[in-house]
Design a protein around this ligand. Structure first.
Ligand SMILES: O=C(O)CCC(=O)C(=O)O
Ligand SMILES: [Fe+2]
Length: 307
C-alpha cells in the first residue's frame, strides 16, 4: 500500500513569513498542493456555508433550474459539466452553484424568503476567503523570490476573479446505475492562480502527480478538519514555467453523499500571464507564450460544458 500523501501545513498567521514561504515552495514544487490553517475564517461561518449549500441543493429541481448558470454564475445540474474533456461518457455526477465577484451585478441569488440569510452567508464567506487568498498570494510571491506585492503589481488583483463553487455529489444510492465510468468530478487541473477547497470530510479527492506517466497513479488526499486544501492552478503553472505544478485531480463518485466548497482565485481579466524571469533561462526557455487571463479562462470554460 502506498503511504498516505503528506502535504505541508501552512499556518497563515505564522510570524516568520520567510520560513512559511519556503514551505509553500516545497508544497508547490513537490505536489502543487498544501493545507492552509489559521486562515482567519471561523468554523461557525464554514458550517453555515455548508448548511446553506445543502438547503439550496435540497430544493426541487424546478426551483434550482430557475437559477441555471448565466455568465458563469448560478446552478449547473447533475451531469452538465465534464471536467475531463477527453472523456466520451456523460458529465460528472455532481451539481454545483457558482458565485462570482461581488463587485458586479452578475450573481444570481435564491429568494430571501425561500432561503433566509443565504446570500449574506455566501457574501461574507466570499469576502473572507478572498482576503485569505490575497494574503496567501503575497506568501506565494515570496516563495518565488519576488516582492510580496508582485501579483498586485502585475495587475492580477485589480479586480480579482474570485469564484465560489458549491458542490454536491449525491451518494451512489441516489444516482442512476450505469455501466459507464462516471466520476464525481473527472480528472482535471484548475485553471486559475490558486484554489482553496473546504470539504465536509467525506473522502473522494485524489491526485495524480505524474500527468503523463501511464498507467496513471492516483493517491487519496486526506482531509484535515478546518484546514483548506490549497492547490496551484494552470495560470500559476504558466507563470512559473511549470516549477509550481498544477496537479491533475479528481473526485471519485462517493458512496455516501458529499459536499465541498471550492474557491477559485483567478487573475483580473486584463492581466498578462507570462513566464517569470526567475523561472526561465537559456537552458530552460519559457514553455508557454504570454496570454491575457480572460482569453485563457474563456477557452477553458468553453471546453468544460457538455455539448
Ligand atoms: O470537491 C472536491 O473535493 C474537488 C472539486 C474540484 O476539484 C473542483 O471543483 O475543481
Ligand atoms: Fe479542481
Amino acid at each position: 500500500m502506498p503511504e498516505a500523501l503528506q502535504f505541508p501545513i501552512i499556518d497563515l498567521s505564522f510570524p516568520d513569513r520567510f520560513s512559511i514561504a519556503n514551505l509553500i515552495r516545497q508544497g508547490c514544487v513537490d505536489h502543487g498542493f498544501f493545507y492552509l490553517v489559521n486562515h482567519g475564517i471561523d468554523e461557525e461561518l464554514i458550517s453555515k456555508v455548508f448548511e446553506q449549500s445543502s438547503n439550496f441543493f435540497s430544493l426541487p429541481i424546478e426551483e434550482k433550474m430557475k437559477l441555471v448558470t448565466k455568465n458563469q454564475r448560478g446552478y449547473t445540474a447533475l451531469y452538465a459539466e465534464k471536467l475531463d474533456t477527453t472523456l466520451t461518457t456523460k458529465g460528472d455526477s455532481k451539481e454545483s452553484f457558482y458565485i462570482g465577484p461581488l463587485t458586479d451585478d452578475l450573481n444570481q441569488w435564491p429568494l430571501e424568503e425561500d432561503l433566509p440569510s443565504w446570500r449574506s452567508t455566501m457574501e461574507t464567506y466570499h469576502q473572507k476567503v478572498l482576503s485569505a487568498g490575497t494574503k496567501l498570494l503575497s506568501l506565494i510571491a515570496l516563495s518565488l523570490k519576488l516582492d510580496e506585492d508582485f501579483f498586485g503589481k502585475v495587475g492580477a488583483l485589480n479586480e480579482p476573479l474570485g469564484f465560489i463553487r458549491l458542490l454536491h455529489y449525491p451518494g451512489s444510492g441516489d444516482l442512476d446505475s450505469s455501466s459507464e465510468e462516471i466520476y464525481g468530478a473527472s480528472a482535471h487541473s484548475d485553471y486559475g492562480m490558486i484554489t482553496l477547497l473546504m470539504t465536509d470530510g467525506v473522502p473522494g479527492l485524489q491526485i495524480c502527480r505524474e500527468k503523463s506517466k501511464q498507467p496513471q497513479v492516483w493517491e487519496d488526499v486526506p482531509s484535515i478538519s478546518g484546514a483548506f486544501v490549497v492547490n496551484i492552478g494552470d495560470m500559476m503553472e504558466r507563470w512559473t514555467n511549470c516549477l509550481f505544478r498544477s496537479t491533475l485531480h479528481r473526485v471519485l463518485p462517493p458512496r455516501q453523499e458529499r459536499y465541498s466548497v471550492a474557491f477559485f482565485m483567478d487573475p483580473s481579466k486584463d492581466c498578462i500571464v507570462e513566464c517569470l524571469e526567475s523561472c526561465c533561462s537559456e537552458a530552460c526557455p519559457p514553455r508557454f507564450p504570454p496570454i491575457k487571463a480572460s482569453d485563457y479562462l474563456e477557452e477553458r470554460i468553453r471546453l468544460t460544458y457538455v455539448k
